[in-house]
Design a protein around this ligand. Structure first.
Ligand code: NAD
Length: 418
């Protein structure tokens, strides 16, 4: 095992330090960008169904709001830590900047295991979270959204709790809401769709025919399921050979039907046992000889320990932080083209931003409007990052940092912060 530091915030800071070095950032700007401008730690007493009270710990981090209100999801996860939330909030800052939407970066989290909680317990926890962080959020301040193990239903409860606090409907306080209460068409698959647009652009640059590619998806939740189906639907990709979830994975050299797999996962809560497929571990999936690998689970999946065995030509990072800095170097030397997380998965926040715009306007777009505008944003961002990677002779992640960090640094300078 390598001695890499796998603390996500240490990794986020290390990535920023490298960009600061390349951009020759002054010390004050660099220091401002290394830490959140603000964070709130909360204790959340929640009445459980058996009458007892359990106290959960939660966080909301506002990393940088120089380009606009902070924006970022809320995770409900048993292994949540403040450093994970800080790292995700930093990556949100770079993400909104790289796709050039007028927002900053934030993130929230609660340490809990939603799989072991009833619907009513989850509702009480969601409302309690807003009772605590409500003072910090709002359409012009900080706008949460769903993330790992939080859903449109949870967003509805949170938005509703904010309504009871404020006394009026502020739909724009939270995005990822259901359509009936101010959601946007196209939000459900936006993260995956944006990632698939990036894969399409990468194939053009690398002269790969997308209709001939084989692909594998690690993590079969919201992002991963849509990625599996949209690779076929939008690019005509040839073959999905493997997918996995937190329990295990399935593989077939002849190809798996993405639609049937999604149906199976929704019915059985897991992918294992899918008819006609062999079982495969998460580690084996990452090392498959495929054209496109799509990490869509959690952080630190591709590290110094396994990077040398990754055979994919393109790694399209839908997950946040799936690759460590040590692994990045190895992948770059081995000519694996990485579409970095905060570019590849920016489709979600882009359509969240569209949702906010529609809420403010109180007028709603067609699905075609959403798809067209998303494609434009993702394609422009991809090309801009790609050109910077050529200009500075760096990998796509460093290039994405160069674009994003310069935009945030410029905003802070113009405002007189540094
Ligand atoms: P989700 O909760 O819907 O799905 C997560 C999936 O990953 C589940 O299928 C789970 O079983 C699986 N998983 C968990 N641990 C795993 C492991 N060790 N190995 C393999 N699979 C594992 O979450 P999601 O919204 O799809 O998010 C997935 C990733 O994408 C996260 O990193 C998230 O931050 C990122 N992301 C999501 C969005 C979005 O709009 N949903 C936007 C940007 C980034």
């Amino acid at each position: 095992m390598s001695q890499e530091n796998l603390n996500p915030f240490a990794i986020a800071q290390q990535q920023l330090d490298e960009a600061a070095r390349i951009l020759k950032l002054d010390e004050a700007t660099h220091q401002m960008l290394r830490w959140p401008v603000r964070e709130l730690h909360v204790s959340l007493p929640v009445r459980m169904d058996d009458g007892s009270i359990q106290v959960f710990k939660g966080f909301r981090v506002q990393y940088n709001d120089s380009r606009g209100p902070t924006k970022g999801g809320i995770r409900f996860h048993p292994a949540e830590t403040i450093d994970t939330v800080r790292a995700l909030a930093a990556w949100m800052t770079w993400k909104t900047a790289v796709v050039d939407i007028p927002l900053g970066g934030g993130k929230g989290g609660v340490i809990c295991n939603p799989k072991e909680m009833s619907k009513y317990e989850l509702e009480r926890l969601s409302r309690q979270y807003i009772r605590q962080v409500g003072r910090l959020i709002g359409p012009a301040k900080d706008v949460p959204a769903p993330d790992v193990y939080t859903t449109p239903q949870i967003m509805s409860w949170m938005m509703d709790e904010f309504y009871w606090q404020q006394g009026y409907n502020a739909f724009g306080v939270i995005t990822g809401k259901p359509l009936a209460i101010g959601g946007s068409k196209g939000r459900g698959d936006a993260t995956a769709r944006g990632g698939v647009f990036c894969v399409r652009e990468a194939c053009k640059k690398l002269d790969i025919d997308p209709t001939k590619v084989t692909y594998a998806v690690q993590g079969f939740g919201n992002a991963g399921q849509f990625a599996a189906t949209l690779m076929k639907e939008l690019l005509g990709a040839d073959k999905l050979v493997a997918v996995s979830d937190s329990r295990s994975g399935v593989y077939s050299a002849d190809g798996l039907d993405p639609e049937k797999l999604v149906e199976y996962k929704l019915k059985n809560g897991k992918v294992s046992g899918f008819p006609g497929a062999e079982s495969i571990s998460n580690e084996e999936l990452l090392e498959l000889d495929v054209d496109v690998l799509i990490p869509a689970a959690l952080e630190n999946q591709i590290t110094a320990d396994n990077a040398a065995r990754i055979k994919a030509r393109i790694s399209a990072e839908l997950a946040n932080g799936p690759t460590t800095p040590e692994a990045d170097k190895i992948l770059y030397d081995r000519n694996v083209f990485v579409i970095p997380d905060f570019l590849c998965n920016a489709g979600g926040v882009t359509v969240s931003y569209f949702e906010q715009v529609q809420n403010a306007y109180n007028y709603y777009w067609t699905i075609d409007d959403v798809y067209k505008r998303l494609d434009q944003k993702m394609t422009d961002a991809f090309r801009n990052v790609y050109e910077n990677s050529l200009e500075y002779s760096v990998d796509m992640r460093k290039a994405a940092y160069i674009v994003a960090v310069s935009r945030v640094a410029e905003a802070m300078k113009l405002r007189g912060w540094v």
